[in-house]
Design a protein around this ligand. Structure first.
Ligand SMILES: NC(=O)c1ccc[n+]([C@@H]2O[C@H](COP(=O)([O-])OP(=O)(O)OC[C@H]3O[C@@H](n4cnc5c(N)ncnc54)[C@H](O)[C@@H]3O)[C@@H](O)[C@H]2O)c1
Length: 173
């Protein structure tokens, strides 16, 4: 496949290395220095876009991919307040979009364990749950997308917790 890499930081570079090893090619590489190259014409020369940039730029980048009618995989975090808008645009334009707050296999196994544990502990009224996380120094968004996913999974299984905003929960009365 010919891949458009949107974001050429730590993740963009790691994805490029793996993609090349697997026999794919990079048709477009976008970073802060050449944002103007992220246009419909250039995107349409690729088969898929992979977006790992910044919370402030991700929505615009995704919408450009939908306009170009190119499938897009997104790993950028910190933008989920716009998820509804992005989903609607994708459906409206019959696009293809995959987002995960964390693509690592280990974390996805942890997600499944978290759901199982939350279901079990929901019945244990003498216990409560909280999340604490430590970030590396260059982290742009806090809480992380991974922590928000964990919180949403917990809320989904605990009958007496509800969502107040993207990550804070409250007990039912
Ligand atoms: N879903 C996952 O599994 C996962 C894993 C790691 C990181 N992330 C998230 O992915 C994002 C990127 O992470 P990273 O570690 O590569 O960060 P990074 O800071 O190393 O790289 C981000 C790159 O995006 C570029 N950029 C910023 N604005 C841009 C724009 N408008 N257009 C194009 N490029 C732009 C920056 O110049 C930088 O090179 C962050 O939101 C991070 O939280 C997700």
């Amino acid at each position: 496949m010919k891949i458009a890499l949107i974001g050429y930081g730590k993740m963009g570079k790691a994805i490029e290395e793996i993609a090349l090893q697997k026999g794919h090619t990079i048709g477009l590489k976008i970073d802060l220095g050449n944002i103007a190259d992220l246009n419909i014409q250039n995107l349409q020369k690729c088969d898929v876009a992979i977006e790992f940039t910044h919370p402030d730029s991700v929505v615009k980048n995704l919408l450009t991919c939908f306009d170009a009618n190119i499938p897009v995989v997104c790993g950028s975090t910190g933008w989920l307040q716009h998820l509804g808008e992005v989903k609607n645009k994708c459906i409206e334009l019959n696009g293809s979009f995959l987002y995960a707050s964390n693509f690592s296999i280990g974390v996805n196994i942890f997600f499944e364990l978290n759901k199982y544990l939350s279901k079990m502990m929901n019945r244990q009224k003498g216990y409560d749950v909280s999340i604490e996380e430590i970030h590396h120094t260059q982290k742009k968004d806090a809480p992380s997308g991974t922590a928000i996913s964990l919180a949403e999974q917990i809320i989904g299984k605990y009958t007496c917790k509800k969502k107040l905003d993207k990550y804070i929960t409250a007990e039912c009365k």
